[in-house]
Design a protein around this ligand. Structure first.
Ligand code: KIV
Length: 260
C-alpha cells in the first residue's frame, strides 16, 4: 500500500489491516495474503527475544529485523518501531529514524504524546512519515504500573484525546490506539482526519493491528482479552491470516469480547 492510500481508506470507510512481522518469511506470507500494513514491532523483545517487556530492544535489533522484513515485501506499507530510549531528543530521533528508513521502513512509529513535540516536529520537517502510539505504551509499562487499560477516567481520556489532536497537527500520518475504552477510541477516530489503528480499542477504529504470534496462537501464556487466535479452525497460516483480514474488513473483529 502506498502512503497516499492511507487517507482514502478512511474516507471510503474501508478498514485497514496490520500485523507485526520480524522476519522475511512471515512478512512475505502476510504481504501475499493482502495485509495492508506490516509493523516491525518492538514486541520482538517479547516474542523473539523472550523478554518480559520491550525495554531491552536496541536500535541494532530494529535495524536487523526491519532489513529482513523489507527484503521480502512488495505491497504492504512497512512501519518500523523506534525502540526504548531511541527518541529522547530531536536530533537523536532524526538520526535513528533515518537509519530505519535507510533499511526499508516507509514510516517510523514511536510511543507518547506532547512530551515528544520536538521529535514529532523534526520528523515532520524532514518529511519522514510517522505513526503515533497512544493509550497503553508498553515502553512505559513501569511508569504506567503494568499493562493496564488507559483513559478510563475523564482526565486520562482527555489527555489521550488532546495528544491525538496534537500529533495530527504535527503531521503524524496514522495513530495506534492501544488498550483504551471503545467509546474513547470511537470519539478520537471521529475527531481525527488521519486513520486510527486499534489494538484493544474496539471496532470503530479505522483499522486493527495484532501481534502476529498472538493471532497465530504461538503465544500460549496469559494473553490480553483483545487477542484472538485466527489459526483455530484453519489448516494453514495463509488461511488463518486471510480470515483475520476478512474479519477486520467486515468488522466482525474485534467484537465486545475483545474490547474494553
Ligand atoms: O510492538 C508492537 O508490536 C506494537 C503493536 C502492539 C501495536 O507496538
Amino acid at each position: 500500500m502506498k502512503l497516499s492510500a492511507l487517507q482514502s481508506f478512511k474516507k471510503n470507510g474501508e478498514k485497514i489491516t496490520c500485523l507485526t512481522a520480524y522476519d522475511a518469511s512471515f512478512a512475505k506470507l502476510f504481504d501475499a495474503c493482502g495485509v495492508d500494513m506490516i509493523l516491525v514491532g518492538d514486541s520482538l523483545g517479547n516474542v523473539i527475544q523472550g523478554g518480559e517487556n520491550t525495554l531491552g530492544v536496541s536500535m541494532e535489533d530494529m535495524i536487523y529485523h526491519t532489513q529482513a522484513v523489507a527484503k521480502s515485501m512488495q505491497n504492504a506499507l512497512l512501519i518500523a518501531d523506534m525502540p526504548y530510549q531511541s527518541y529522547t531528543h530531536a536530533q537523536q530521533t532524526l538520526e535513528n529514524a533515518k537509519r530505519l528508513m535507510s533499511v526499508g521502513a516507509q514510516m517510523v512509529k514511536f510511543e507518547g504524546g506532547a512530551e515528544h513535540e520536538a521529535s514529532f516536529k523534526i520528523l515532520q520537517e524532514s518529511a519522514i512519515p510517522v505513526c503515533g502510539h497512544l493509550g497503553l505504551q508498553p515502553q512505559s509499562v513501569v511508569e504506567m504500573g503494568g499493562y493496564k487499560v488507559q483513559g478510563k477516567d475523564d482526565a486520562g481520556a482527555n489527555k489521550i484525546l488532546e495528544d491525538a489532536l496534537l500529533l495530527e497537527s504535527w503531521g503524524v500520518e496514522v495513530l495506534v490506539l492501544e488498550c483504551v475504552p471503545e467509546t474513547l477510541a470511537t470519539k478520537i477516530s471521529a475527531k481525527l482526519s488521519i486513520p486510527t489503528i486499534g489494538i484493544g480499542a474496539g471496532v470503530n477504529c479505522d483499522g486493527q493491528v495484532l501481534v502476529s504470534y498472538d493471532m497465530l496462537g504461538i503465544n500460549t501464556g496469559h494473553l490480553p482479552k483483545f487477542v484472538k487466535n485466527f489459526l483455530t479452525g484453519h489448516d494453514s497460516i495463509q488461511s488463518g491470516v486471510k480470515s483475520y483480514i476478512n474479519a477486520v474488513k467486515n468488522q466482525t473483529f474485534p467484537n465486545d469480547k475483545h474490547s474494553y
